[in-house]
Design a protein around this ligand. Structure first.
Ligand SMILES: [Zn+2]
Length: 351
């Protein structure tokens, strides 16, 4: 584990991340999106189809300078300039080939849709103007520093008024020390609050992604941070999404994991975070852990993972704690020991 003195230098994690990634410009067509698929999405009381489009951009500006310790999305980026007309061509191609009336459209990049150096302002507006009739909701992902009042107003105005717009922000944690030393995130909690308020002023809904168990934290520290962040974010945004940190390729988290220095969060901790925050905030709490049940994602002992994941999924759909009335498992004791003892055994960076 890096020593606190190493971590205290603000440029260190960016240098480490540049070394881990080893990015170079990629070959490939700039007029084809990275990936397009359809998935179910909760919308009010219904579950509707959502078309997901990942645009191929130059890459997240922050990740190109080093970036967050867990994020491997920049590995799919071009690492060279992608013009506004090429981004528009990618989106048109995705719609022509894959839009079959899905009422929800999600537009993601590997970074921030509202970053004008990644998606030029004219491309942001032109892409949203392409949304076909019949679409009821559009979701974008952006970094909160880019969600200025003027830009939120511009993207809202580019969409037909009857289409609901939601912008999702990677908040990760409300605690500055965790953002700086563990996630290496440049947006602050204050940036997130300002972005949510700009969105609210223009009738745009907001979602916060939390990073549950970033590196260098014990299980207990991760659990307490997620509870505190959910409570802090939950009065600013419409949805809090508990994203369990998973082990993505060519990241610092992967390097630590391969050396036995990182274990993704226990599913029991996710259940505990939900239990401790349910009903205490206006925002809705969702949890859909990517890659859960495997070694690179949130997991328990293996024997109970499937049923605990089903309970978490049921909670996300119903918002009812009764979803967790499942039979216990012998591994609960091991999880409780981890919560109590891990701090004594290896220590975290945050005491
Ligand atoms: Zn178990």
């Amino acid at each position: 584990m890096p020593s606190p003195s190493l971590l205290s230098h603000p440029q260190t994690l960016n240098a480490v991340m540049r070394d881990v990634r080893g990015l170079a410009p990629r070959e490939g067509s700039l007029e084809h999106p990275t990936k397009v698929w359809t998935e179910p999405e909760r919308h009010g009381a219904q579950v509707l189809d959502a078309l997901v489009v990942i645009l191929k951009t130059r890459g997240c500006t922050w990740a190109l300078s080093g970036g967050c310790t867990m994020c491997g999305y920049v590995n799919d980026s071009m690492v060279r300039k992608v013009e506004a007309r090429q981004l528009l061509a990618q989106f048109r191609r995705a719609l022509a080939e894959s839009h079959r009336g899905q009422p929800i459209v999600k537009i993601y990049t590997s970074g921030s849709f509202l970053d004008p150096t990644e998606v030029p302002d004219e491309a942001q507006a032109a892409i949203l103007a392409e949304i076909p009739p019949g679409v009821r909701k559009v979701t974008l992902e952006a970094q909160s520093v880019h969600a200025t009042d003027a830009r939120v107003a511009a993207v809202r105005a580019a969409l037909r008024p009857e289409v609901e717009l939601e912008i999702a922000f990677g908040l990760e944690s409300a605690r500055p020390a965790i953002l700086q030393y563990s996630v290496n995130k440049h947006d602050t909690f204050g940036d997130f609050v300002a972005a949510c308020r700009a969105c609210r002023a223009h009738g745009v809904r907001t979602k916060a992604y939390l990073l549950v168990k970033p590196p260098f934290l014990t299980e207990r520290e991760a659990l307490e941070d997620a509870v505190a962040t959910t409570l802090a974010a939950g009065s600013e945004c419409d949805v809090v999404s508990l994203n369990a940190c998973n082990v993505q390729s060519r990241t610092l988290v992967e390097r630590l994991w391969k050396r036995g220095l990182y274990r993704p969060i226990w599913l029991w901790s996710l259940v505990e975070i939900i239990r401790r925050t349910h009903g205490k905030i206006p925002a809705r709490i969702r949890c859909d852990p990517v890659g859960a049940g495997g070694a690179r994602g949130a997991h328990n002992c293996g024997a109970c993972d499937k049923r605990v994941l089903e309970a978490i999924e049921a909670y996300s759909l119903t918002a009812r704690l009764e979803a967790f009335e499942t039979e216990p498992c012998a591994c609960v004791e091991r999880w409780q020991d981890t919560l109590e003892l891990e701090g004594f055994l290896q220590g975290g960076v945050l005491k």
